[in-house]
Ligand binder design. Sequence first.
Ligand SMILES: Cc1cc2nc3c(=O)[nH]c(=O)nc-3n(C[C@H](O)[C@H](O)[C@H](O)COP(=O)(O)OP(=O)(O)OC[C@H]3O[C@@H](n4cnc5c(N)ncnc54)[C@H](O)[C@@H]3O)c2cc1C
Length: 821
Amino acid sequence: MTMPGTAAIPDRARVVVIGGGIIGTSVAYHLAHLGIADVLLLERDRLTSGTTWHAAGLMATFGSTSQTSTELRMYTRDLYSRLEAETGLATGLKQTGLIELAIEPGRLEEYRRVAAFNRLCGVEVHEISPREVTELFPLARVDDVLAGFYIPADGRVNPVDVTMSLARGARMHGARIIEGVPVTGFLTCRGAVTGVRTPQGDIEAEYVVNCAGMWARQLGELAGVNIPLQAAEHYYLLTEPIDGVDSNWPVLEDPANYGYYREEGAGLMLGLFEPVCAPWQVAGIPADFSFGELPPDWDRMAPYLERAMSRVPVSARAGIKKFFCGPESFTPDLLPIVGEAPELRNYFVAAGMNSIGILTGGGIGRVIAQWIADGRPDVDMTAMNIDRLHRYQANPEYRATRTVESLGQVYETHYPGRSMRTARGAMVSPVHHRLAAQRAYFRDVSGWEGADWYAPEGSEPKAGELSWGRPDWFGNWAAEHHAARTGVILMDMAFMAKFDVQGREAGRLLERISANQVDGEPGQITYTQWLNPGGTLEADLTVTKLAGDRFWVVASDTAHRHVETWMRRHIGDAHAFVTDVTSGYAQLNIQGPRSRELLASVTTADVSDQAFPFRAAAEIDIGFARVLCIRITYLGELGYELYIPAGQAVHVYDRLAGAGRAVDLRHAGLKALSSLRMEKGYRDYGHDIDNTDTVLEAGLGFAVALDKPGGFIGRDAVLAQKARGPLTRRLVQVLVTDPEPLMFHAEVICRNAVPAGYIRSASYGFTLGGAVGLAMIDADEPINQAYLDSGEWTVQIGTAVYPAVTSLRPMYDPQNKRIRM
Ligand SMILES: Cc1cc2nc3c(=O)[nH]c(=O)nc-3n(C[C@H](O)[C@H](O)[C@H](O)COP(=O)(O)OP(=O)(O)OC[C@H]3O[C@@H](n4cnc5c(N)ncnc54)[C@H](O)[C@@H]3O)c2cc1C
């Protein structure tokens, strides 16, 4: 390793990794191990001088219902356990176990669900009694404990040692690591990064990876890259030695009391995740902050500390050796920021670790390196991808406001349906106030205020306590669902990503990236996927041809920037121009068997089935407005989507609401959307299908135009998969036959009592009469309906197991009769 400030820097490298914390060294290690020559890591000061040096080093594989996150954790633990043998440098990994305490029924339910899912992923988890907790951690008070969840192979690691070991492993495989050299800027050319600037000179590079921890946002700004993370105070204390404390005890976590506990120096380390936290240095992290500590705010922390100490009462009596506060980066949704920047090709980011950078660092490094080597990630990155985040989220007031909520969320019970509570109202639909007057209950939808459900007249839209059971508003949701199936509903979808794509070659561009044929006759909408050359999904959306040189592309909120980037990056020199018109248009959907009647009553256009068939798109008049009307549905009924210039949205809404009185129009929210679309088996990218699924496995082969002239990106991969024969991995619809239980996500599904997969997303099928979801199933034999019908299917929900039925075709209206009424 080169000593700070003494190295001559090279003038080029294949990959420049910025930052020598756990993440940067892991990225360099994995790039080098993939045989990528000429990897250069630049560290501003010394390795570990940012956040890594003071991490508590907890290693937990338990706790997530994300397959990707669980795999990252498991890979990391495995890597750290074999690193010393490879590099000769110890990591300090001690697999003494980890116990999560559940003291409230809601958390017990959560941990049972998580445990089942984690076991499916290969984590060894045991539910243990309070007595067993004290046997493993004798100083813990357990009078109020309902259960512990014990993971014997988890434990702790020394963050500095593991970073040094990764650095040596990187160097042993040819990577260069230079300390004392800050990156101060970037070189770019035609939308791609081409190198970095340093005080010692420029370095050309094919790829740059920003692993600058809490500095990553400021550094990203120098290249126009949006990395909306924010540092926040993060605390632990160390006690003087305590009699009887044993270094072989497991780590103990008591989220309900904000604390974690482990042995340190014959005493205890007591760490805190307080529910309301404090952002640090919103204006920017000082460039010279190294091995830094923050002055602890005792007054703010005292109540939380008291609670945490009550779990291990001896900690309150022991002397305090050190009360430590250090900054860690948090992100708007508590998920890391990983991947290639939408603003700049070949500029990768791995930052915003939300307090789990050590225990996921190995996996994050592996993914980034593999992504660079292969051009796309081999795990589902939809939830972590940097392109899910929006530029406004880097706004200082937004960061300061949202971050207050983030750290505390780590230790909350993760009830389904919890919405972010801070930084609300950042984006609202043009008809927001009208929906509020209809008693909409709003939740955060990628930063938009989305109407989730509506309270009946005379009552307030109050959500009540979060729970795993039926919410107070279950009946309102059911009524909205039934109204869509039997009458007509109005749904605000302003948050959908909308793009106006124009130009002489816009059709050619979209035809090339779409698996379906989208450039046919004007006036038609087409449902399509965009595939990468490997045949897996990049996007799931609609393309409407408005005119020979004009298209309307609509995708879901979470895919907004991914879709935009995918289009822009494929334009090349074509005469095609993409304009994001999301905020310029309202989207009001009227859906249900009576939607035609409603529409006909507000427009002079002929909207009969003959004149305006399924998939038709045309401008129509409503009141004083001109509206793009598309006959399409995402919930399985006759229905129309109306795209209205924002300035006319209230006017059109009022016309619809007024005319709606004659047809019993009901407002419906996003809860109804999810239950309706799930009954129909409609997919939602980033929720039940993702970048690891092929279009055939996702059950979307019907939307692929294999023979269209000129082909499309991914066609060869689709053909190759077809040639390999029947599929042994497929997305199936799952219905629990008992009407009582609810499914949310990650419930394990079994065929003949053998795990076959898990529920990727779920809702309640009010028409089908039970919880319904979509699960990706793996088998040793072809999966077809006969295979599904010949098995006995069950779903594990908490500790109970329920019979289920499975289907490849939608269980609701498999013949699509209702949408073609
Ligand atoms: C009190 C506390 C306890 C924690 N406990 C745990 C735990 O138990 N388990 C766990 O998994 N995680 C824990 N964490 C979180 C963990 O420490 C972080 O997630 C992790 O260290 C982040 O690593 P990083 O590499 O992203 O950032 P950093 O460690 O901050 O590394 C970034 C590096 O980039 C360098 N850099 C910045 N700008 C430049 C530039 N312009 N040019 C070159 N170099 C630059 C910095 O000097 C720094 O070394 C804890 C955090 C805190 C604060």
